[in-house]
Design a binder for this molecule. Structure first.
Ligand code: SF4
Length: 254
């Protein structure tokens, strides 16, 4: 009869057993999905713009201008500059040149000198000169009321064209600047990865009765209330409608 082996199997170290059990039990990690905010209902959009209108019935842009041409020039000069900085320079420029002809007569060197407090002034002066010449040559010295013609001018992109079409011609366009881009996304009103997506989202949901001033209300809201670093949620008139998870609650006109 064969002798039973007295050699006991070596037990696995406790730590290894725990580890292997843990590995066997471990479930694959679930991908973390960010919850999308609930889209605004039509009634909520109407409510928000009704409040904006009640607070500021005739909102105005802050770039000073005398006519459509000076508005166009001011918007071209405002790229990556503050409205206040542009106004400071154009208060000296527009008394000298408020038409394309006068701008061309002024000359690029004098123009440069007049706007040299504005960032990127050399390139901007060149654009203003060329666009003034083009307005004279191709548009009878008038600012065209067409997006295509505006965007064909040097220094004029979609945002500039939208501002000019809205302010000079009363078109219901929405120019998405950095403030409006933030407000559209933060509030959940019109989320978008780029300005065009936010613009398209807003054009879809803003009711016609508010379309003319929507862009001013939202830009002013972003500039003075829903500011980038510490939004003034406590004073915000659309606080209860805003979807931003980090908003602080409404505490009245503090
Ligand atoms: S509640 Fe705050 S985050 Fe929301 S829109 Fe108002 S200021 Fe902006």
């Amino acid at each position: 009869m064969a002798k039973k082996s007295t050699v006991k199997k070596k037990a696995k170290p406790a730590s290894k057993q725990t580890k292997s059990k843990a590995v066997a039990k471990a479930k694959p990690a679930k991908a973390v999905r960010l919850k999308k905010p609930k889209p605004w209902s039509h009634a909520e959009v109407v409510e928000a713009f009704t409040r904006f209108r009640a607070a500021n019935p005739e909102p105005k842009g802050e770039l000073e201008h005398i006519n459509p041409y000076t508005l166009l020039v001011a918007v071209v000069l405002s790229a990556q500059a503050t409205d206040a900085g542009v106004n400071k320079a154009t208060r000296n420029l527009f008394p000298l040149a408020d038409t394309p002809e006068k701008m061309v007569a002024l000359g690029e060197e004098k123009l440069r000198d007049t706007i040299k407090t504005i960032g990127l002034y050399k390139g901007k002066a060149k654009n203003v000169m060329t666009l003034s010449e083009l307005l004279i040559a191709e548009h009878g010295s008038q600012v065209p009321r067409s997006r295509e013609a505006l965007e064909a001018l040097p220094g004029v992109g979609r945002k500039t064209a939208n501002v000019v079409l809205n302010i000079a011609f009363g078109e219901p366009t929405i120019a998405v600047d950095t403030h409006l881009f933030r407000v559209g996304n933060r509030t959940g009103l019109a989320p978008g990865k780029n300005p065009l997506e936010v613009e398209m989202g807003l054009l879809k949901i803003v009711p016609p009765e508010f379309a003319r001033h929507a862009h001013h209300w939202l830009i002013l809201h972003g500039r003075y209330t829903c500011v980038a670093r510490k939004p003034l949620c406590g004073k915000c008139i659309i606080n209860d409608l805003c979807r931003w998870p980090e908003k602080s609650i409404y505490i009245g006109n503090a």
